[in-house]
Design a protein around this ligand. Structure first.
Ligand code: PTJ
Length: 252
């Protein structure tokens, strides 16, 4: 479908078209479109821009990833489709491994998503040969690679379901979530919860890398100043304030 550039929601419509194409080629799961729609709804409530608290969480995330011994970025279908290239760029900067881990897992889909990331230029993508499991997850989602998620100290999980986020945290991983829903179990389980849209979050994190990679003292300060609970509360307050403002505007 051709989307007119003049349409007020041009970007959103283009993304939707791209996501539905990605369903056709098997990268995005059909229910990935529902997850995308939920994300759009929360983004609408958040004003479709990066808030100050999202920026704080993104800075803390970059600092933590740079301090990590074995950081891993977990990639699912939606993440590959929306921000595959940017994820690869970030992984190179912070020297993180990339591992494909799917909720709707099948050998064919794992192969497709890994091959898709490789077609975008990723090297050494993990996930094809899952050789162990994360304890506490009933589904195939527990499957992972020993050299990747299993032995990681820090795992970045964009657009995740709550079960795995909780299991990773219980297993001792420092979890960084990117999720527009400040109420989700994923956001609540994570040590650093970035309540921002994935593509904005990753490009902000790439832009934050030069300063944070240079200065260890700044990284330490960013991490010690960061309070995830306070930050999450601010995201909820932001939504409440926006709704109040909109309700006021709508008054006769
Ligand atoms: O590719 P698979 O098989 O691994 O499946 C991936 C999905 C996303 C379908 C699966 O992990 C899933 O069902 O996730 P949930 O439980 O729907 O959670 C996705 C979360 O991501 C929701 O809280 C959405 O609000 C949020 N979200 C959706 N799009 C974005 C987003 N957050 C940030 N940026 C987005 N673009």
């Amino acid at each position: 479908m051709k989307v007119s550039r003049d349409h007020p929601r041009y970007r959103s419509l283009v993304m939707r078209e791209a996501m539905s194409e990605m369903v056709k080629n098997g990268i995005v799961a059909p229910t990935g479109l529902i997850a995308h729609g939920r994300g759009e709804a929360f983004d609408y409530l958040l004003g479709e821009e990066t808030s100050d608290n999202a920026r704080r969480a993104e800075r803390a995330a970059v600092a933590l990833l740079l301090e990590a011994r074995n950081p891993v970025i977990s990639v699912n279908g939606n993440t590959a489709a929306l921000a595959g290239k940017e994820i690869i760029a970030l992984s190179k900067l912070i020297k993180a491994k990339v591992e494909v881990n799917l909720f709707h897992r099948s050998p064919e889909r794992i192969e497709k998503v890994v091959a898709f990331m490789e077609s975008l230029g990723a090297k050494g993508v993990l996930g094809r040969h899952a050789d162990t499991t994360i304890p506490g997850i009933a589904s195939d989602r527990a499957l992972c690679s020993k050299e990747g998620i299993y032995s990681a100290d820090v795992v970045l999980i964009p657009l995740e379901d709550g079960d795995r986020a909780e299991a990773l945290a219980k297993f001792g991983k420092k979890v960084i979530a990117i999720d527009l829903n400040p109420l989700s179990r994923t956001t609540r389980a994570a040590q650093i919860s970035i309540v921002d849209e994935l593509t904005r979050a990753i490009s902000n994190m790439i832009a934050m890398w030069p300063e944070l990679s240079r200065e260890e003292a700044i990284r330490r300060k960013v991490l010690s100043d960061f309070d995830n609970q306070r930050n999450l509360k601010s995201s909820l307050e932001l939504i409440c304030d926006r709704l109040t403002e909109l309700a006021e505007e709508g008054k006769p």
